[in-house]
Ligand binder design. Structure first.
Ligand code: CP
Length: 321
């Protein structure tokens, strides 16, 4: 790799090369070791980072706030409902002003057709890096934390590990497609054999599928789609059963309640390899997406995955701000 990442936006991992992502993962591992040893990592002294949230969050908000404190900076949490955005102030004006006050702006905005446009609009006008904390299309912070977790579990390399991104039933809320979309684009770049499984009506956009196939071709992995949940579990090294909403409008008659059996159960897990890992970005809809005995069982690495949100968020900020 050549050149610093200072000043680089973190909006989609599609804008980051594999070399740049690898540096991010190396930096995350370094920060993780230092965190465990209580080594001071004062990489952002006196720097202010604004955290704008249009939606709720547990992991993302707190990994950013804790991470910024641990890097010696100051996190300024902004509930956008109390900002002038609620009176119509545009992305440009918010970005110009906040970037003149501080050193970075991070934003979560998941509304379909709006969130990514808002964040990229901010990036056009901000004099400081913009970080995407999840939009309608991407969740790059989750993507790098997932990749770090997978690399920790497969130190021999990620090539041709069989990983299945699986739609699951949920009632808690309509979850964005940004997590499975990010994973679908990212994992083939690391040579994995990726299966995407969902009931008809929960397709990801066509361009995502085309790009995932191309990424698999370039990096020596594979990519396939199935509408059969058992096929996705069969012989998998990693399963990621998680709900996402239907966005496409291709199947207006789709009724989520027809797919209550798309649940991650011990029976399904038994179809996978003996040492299969269960992952989920969280929050999980326990009892619907997954049985307690699976998410709390020995295959589950969800807490390691969640903890890695801290280390990877710190790496993004240490490298770009
Ligand atoms: N995985 C994730 O982004 O969690 P939060 O919604 O709690 O931030």
């Amino acid at each position: 790799m050549h050149g610093t990442l200072k000043g680089k936006h973190f909006i989609s991992l599609r804008d980051w090369s594999n070399e740049q992502i690898d540096l991010l993962l190396d930096t995350s591992a370094d920060l993780k070791r230092k965190h465990y040893m209580d080594v001071t990592t004062n990489y952002l002294p006196n720097k202010t980072i604004f955290l704008m949230f249009f939606e709720q969050s547990t992991r993302t908000r707190n990994s950013m706030e804790a991470g910024i404190a641990q890097l010696g900076g100051h996190a300024n949490f902004l509930d956008t409902s109390t900002m002038q955005i609620s009176h119509g102030e545009v992305a440009k004006d918010t970005a110009v002003i906040l970037s003149s006050f501080g050193h970075g702006i991070a934003c979560r905005y998941c509304d379909w057709g709006i969130g990514n446009k808002y964040i990229t609009d901010m990036a056009k006008h901000s004099s400081r890096p913009i970080m995407n904390l999840q939009c309608d299309l991407y969740h790059p912070m989750q993507g790098v934390a997932d990749l770090l977790t997978i690399k920790e579990k497969f130190p021999g390399g990620t090539k041709n590990i069989k990983i299945s991104i699986i739609w699951a039933y949920a009632t808690s809320h309509k979850k964005p497609v940004s997590v499975p979309l990010t994973q679908t684009l990212l994992f083939p770049r690391y040579g994995m054999d990726v299966t995407l499984a969902y009931p008809k009506g929960f397709e990801l956009p066509d361009w995502v599928i085309e790009e995932a196939k191309e990424n698999a071709r370039i990096h020596g992995g594979s990519f396939k789609i199935t509408n059969n949940m058992d096929d996705a579990f069969k012989d998998a090294d990693i399963v990621i059963p998680k709900n996402w909403g239907s966005w496409s409008g291709k199947n207006p008659d789709v009724d989520i309640n027809d797919f209550k059996d798309w649940k991650c159960t011990e029976e399904k897990m038994a179809l996978a390899k003996d040492n299969v890992y269960y992952m989920h970005a969280l929050p999980a809809d326990r009892g619907n997406e997954v049985e307690d005995s699976v998410i709390d069982g020995h295959h589950s690495i969800v807490y390691q995955e969640a903890e890695n949100r801290l280390h990877t968020a710190k790496a993004v900020m240490a490298l770009t701000l």
